[in-house]
Write a protein that binds this ligand. Structure first.
Ligand code: PLP
Length: 335
């Protein structure tokens, strides 16, 4: 039996399950295991993406505490900020976005991609802070100001990656297991981009909670492997302690698989592998990856297949976590 998610309040932002598509052309071109793709880019809310699943639990919690304003943070082109804002608007709530300007002077009010969508959905406020600023402190200070103005703010951490946010991907792992049984396909591996680690942690806990052996492989888009392993182990412990104190899902460190070879010069900076992956998927599978997360994760998968990590008989499921609005901002990365 999996983890009991029914005891948590939850909003529903997606109709049914996201489809799993067999990538016949890519499988043939790369010549390794069978490659499938789970379309979490088709999740609900404006433009969809992995944060939609986390927000189902986070927004329900915010509302049960009487909040009327969601505050969150991210990079300038943050999918998480876009989707938190989208959830807020759908719920008749306000949102405040705290954006980290990692490269000084790079914020442009009228930039495209996710930034355009922020403006379209109209947050209460966008606060741009220097890359050196502690975003948690910036959010807490903003919450204090909002409280003084009569709002009821609720802070969602970076990437929605706290214990409650992980529930979204525990639910996704359970969805994959159901689909796998319906399709008669046993996935040997699930590949996901790994950033703030909630997606990776939730998937791993969901599979182990169901005693499914599927390996979760995270492709880091930002931090060194060891940092991610530590963070995933800590998050899993929090999920156990805070949400399932009676049911400890043991996650061994050697079950946490992360590759950090595909980051390139840094977070959201292009690599040759990214360009190849985004072009290949667009031109041969009509699938739009994104230039920050799924493009690098797919570059990692292709390279790992070429290096012989997988058996020909393996069935690999690539998780498309969304993010394609950023393609239109970073078009020079992929052409
Ligand atoms: C499109 C996309 N994929 C993957 C991730 C990484 O997910 P996580 O932060 O849960 O590791 C993000 C995070 O913002 C994202 O926007």
């Amino acid at each position: 039996m999996g983890l009991d998610l029914s005891k948590f309040e939850r909003k529903r932002y997606t109709q049914g399950k996201t489809p799993i598509e067999y990538l016949a052309n890519l499988t043939e071109i790369i010549g390794g295991p069978e490659i499938y793709l789970k379309h979490d880019d088709l999740l609900g809310l404006a433009g969809g993406g992995n944060k939609t699943r986390k927000l189902e639990f986070l927004v329900a919690d915010a509302q049960s505490r009487g909040a009327d304003t969601l505050i969150t943070c991210g990079a300038l082109q943050s999918n998480h900020c876009r989707l938190t804002l989208a959830a807020a608007r759908k719920e008749g709530m306000h949102a405040v976005l705290v954006l980290s300007e990692i490269v000084s002077g790079s914020y442009k009010k009228d930039a495209g991609g996710n930034n355009y969508l922020y403006r379209l959905m109209s947050p209460l406020d966008i606060l741009v802070v220097p890359g050196t600023c502690d975003l948690n402190i910036a959010m807490q200070e903003r919450a204090e100001t909002l409280r003084n103005e009569g709002y009821k703010p609720y802070i969602i951490p970076m990437g929605g990656s706290n214990a409650l946010g992980c529930l979204g991907y525990i639910a996704c792992a359970e969805e994959i297991v159901e689909q796998s049984s319906d399709l008669g396909i046993e996935f040997s591996h699930v590949i996901t981009p790994t950033g703030s680690c909630g997606t990776h942690t939730g998937l791993l806990m969901g599979f182990r909670g169901l005693r499914t052996k599927t390996q979760v492989i995270g492709i880091s888009v930002n931090n060194p492997r060891d940092n991610h392993i530590r963070r995933i182990a800590q998050l899993a412990q929090k999920v156990n302690n805070e949400l399932f104190p009676k049911r400890n899902i043991l996650i061994e460190n050697d079950d946490i698989i992360v590759f950090d070879d595909y980051i390139g010069p840094g977070y959201s900076l292009p690599t040759e592998g990214l360009k190849e992956a985004v072009q290949l998927l667009a031109r041969r599978e009509a699938i739009l990856l994104d230039p920050v997360y799924t493009g690098k994760a797919m570059a990692g998968l292709i390279d790992l297949i070429r290096k012989g990590l997988f058996k020909k008989s393996d069935k690999v499921l690539f998780l498309h976590t969304g993010g394609s609005p950023a393609l239109y901002h970073y078009s020079d990365y992929t052409l």
